[in-house]
Design a protein around this ligand. Structure first.
Ligand code: ADP
Length: 597
């Protein structure tokens, strides 16, 4: 066999191999683009037989490309600039249907032809297009959901504002009324009912808002340093009272020495513990509620155990879902507490767990990292006992303290003005930012309490402007808002922020933190019960009462001094009255004077 014959046999073998390849293999002349070889794949691919194909050029099967375009495309190969090229293009079948293909080109320099390996990519393209459509659709769905979510958040923020504003008035006034000694038991009970109902409504609003904040990823854990034992004692005291009212025993057990102060999100930790303890009391009809705290190596474990109705095993997971309630008789609540608590504990890097035996009771527990904090003077004191009726300045120069209160809604202002004036502060009121700034410059208050949503100049701008005033360098600023995303207040240069409705106890606590004062607490044994002493006439008492109601301490003292001088027989009365004025015990003073009207 000569060389030629061997070469032919080799060529045949090569072509046969190429025929077995499913892809299409083309060879075409580098100048004319005439096809000089096609494998079997090409005939299947394009519908022409081999003979027809070998009389065609690349342009015949590539209806969308011109010779010039193909030449330009292939130049990097002929100029040896690139070893190979890939192109996505379209081939036309003999029956005129179009086929999407991917072609891989190489240049064979010695023979001056191109070899192209072509693959049908119609299916791949269809899949890609579908994928693209699916992604687009998913993006659209996501976008619509995001818009809906934003709308929901905005709606909730508005509703929250609208609901909290009147609640602020209701709870504010019930807090003030509760302090009034003149009320009958029946009236006090009614006020207590209004207060409880208002608080219940507030819990519902807060729960729904918390959940939506968690969903929107806008709830943050904000750690602060606080006294740990006082914090726990406060919770235990409150819960013990509720448990006792229901005839249950409340056990508060600390199983390891606790650090004095710790760093954590005090508000959220309290929320979780109150929720678990309230549930324990709610779902227990007799027996014991145990609140156990175990502290070890910077970690704390809280355990809340009850001897209540228990939870069926099949519900142990689902009780943590939003709005889920097992459906006991007369059940109250929203079914949100556990869902929120679980997520809050997770945000504190813990896990809320439960174990329960139907008919015997349940135990909820979680462990979290709780770093010890340094004990410093101005740590938040969570609890103060007794009713505050006045204050004594510990720094004689600045008393009585002046407070500027800004809120567009008069109901919100009025209960705070009432409270603060009764305690002996001088209070200025404004309902918009502009008026507030003028009043601040004119009266140089010690404290400014402003809502963030006020007309003309909002709370943010007002705070900024006040902070730039040299004469108000020392002023203490508290901001308040009924909006849910109060975190924004962290960006503002204020000393404290209060979510509305304002808890007056916390507000007073904060005033004591920043102002040089000591509270005067109600003296339970105040001698005002003593009605045997000789008192003023009805007219004299009425005049004095008016002055007390107006809260003008100076005028009250002048008036009492006058009575003392003109009517020596009133000495006992005037001494008692002066004692009450000095202690800023205004509501006691009112009660005392009313005895003579
Ligand atoms: P709510 O108390 O507002 O109904 P929660 O989310 O706090 O909502 O609780 C969900 C449900 O889990 C309750 O309705 C109750 O059925 C069940 N549950 C929670 N705590 C206890 C408990 N200590 N004992 C028995 N059942 C409980």
């Amino acid at each position: 066999m000569n060389d030629m014959e061997v070469a032919n046999i080799e060529l045949k073998k090569f072509k046969k191999t190429l025929d077995m390849v499913l892809d299409c293999v083309f060879m075409f002349d580098a100048n004319t683009f005439k096809l000089i070889y096609v494998n079997k794949g090409v005939t299947n691919h394009l519908g022409y037989d081999k003979h027809e194909l070998l009389n065609m050029t690349l342009l015949d099967i590539n209806p969308y490309l011109t010779k010039k375009q193909i030449q330009t495309f292939l130049t990097p190969l002929t100029s040896n600039f690139k070893p190979s090229l890939t192109l996505e293009t379209i081939h036309q079948h003999k029956n005129t249907t179009l086929i999407q293909v991917e072609a891989f080109f190489q240049y064979i320099q010695e023979e001056d032809f191109f070899i192209a390996i072509v693959r049908n990519i119609t299916e791949r393209k269809q899949a890609e297009a579908k994928l693209h459509r699916d992604i687009k659709q998913a993006e659209n769905i996501k976008k619509t959901a995001e818009i809906a979510n934003q709308a929901k958040t905005a709606f909730l923020a508005n509703v929250s504002h609208e609901l909290r504003t009147p609640l602020n008035g209701i709870l504010g006034y019930t807090q003030i009324l509760k302090r009034d000694k003149n009320l009958t038991k029946k009236q006090k009970d009614s006020i207590q009912t209004i207060h409880r109902s208002g608080e219940h409504l507030l819990t519902l609003i807060n729960d729904i808002l918390d959940l939506s904040k968690i969903e929107a990823g806008k709830l943050n854990i904000i750690p602060v340093d606080f006294y740990f034992s006082a914090f726990l004692q406060d919770i235990a005291d409150l819960m013990k009272m509720r448990a006792t009212q229901k005839g249950l025993t409340f056990k508060y057990e600390i199983l390891h020495p606790l650090p004095i102060a710790v760093r954590a999100d005090e508000k959220r930790l309290r929320q979780v513990l109150l929720n678990l303890l309230s549930n324990a009391i709610k779902f227990t009809n007799e027996g014991v509620i145990s609140f156990r705290i175990i502290y070890y190596n910077g970690r704390v474990r809280f355990e809340i155990e009850d001897t209540g109705i228990g939870i069926p095993t099949e519900h142990l997971d689902t009780i943590f879902s939003s709005f889920y309630q097992i459906g006991h008789q007369n059940q109250q609540g929203t079914g949100l507490g556990l869902s929120i608590s679980k997520q809050l504990v997770e945000m504190m890097d813990g896990q809320l767990l439960v174990s329960s035996l139907l008919g015997s009771g349940s135990i909820f527990w979680f462990d979290i990292l709780l770093m010890e904090a340094k004990v410093v003077d101005d740590l938040y004191q969570p609890y103060q006992h007794g009713t505050i009726i006045g204050y004594k300045s510990t720094d004689k120069t600045s008393s009585p303290f002046k407070i500027l209160l800004i809120d567009e809604i008069w109901q919100n202002r009025s209960f705070l003005v009432n409270l603060l004036k009764n305690i002996g502060f001088i209070v200025f009121e404004a309902n918009n930012g502009k008026e507030a700034l003028d009043l601040a410059i004119k009266n140089l208050p010690n404290v400014i309490i402003t809502d963030l949503m006020i007309p003309y100049m909002n709370g943010f701008e007002l705070v900024q402007k006040v902070r730039q005033l040299p004469e108000l360098q020392e002023v203490i600023i508290f901001t308040t808002s009924a909006d849910i995303f109060e975190q924004q207040s962290l960006q503002i240069d204020c000393n404290e922020f209060f979510a509305k409705p304002i808890d007056t106890e916390i507000l007073l606590n904060k005033l004591a933190k920043y102002l040089p004062l000591e509270w005067v607490f109600e003296d339970v044994d105040a001698s005002i019960e003593n009605t045997n002493i000789i008192g003023p006439s009805t007219e004299q008492a009425t005049i004095l009462l008016k002055l007390v109601l107006a809260g003008n301490v100076k005028k009250i003292i002048n008036n009492v001094n006058q009575l003392e001088q003109q009517y020596p027989e009133l000495a006992q009365f005037t001494t008692e009255a002066k004692k009450l004025v000095r202690n800023f015990a205004m509501s006691e003073l009112k009660t005392f004077i009313k005895l003579y009207i």
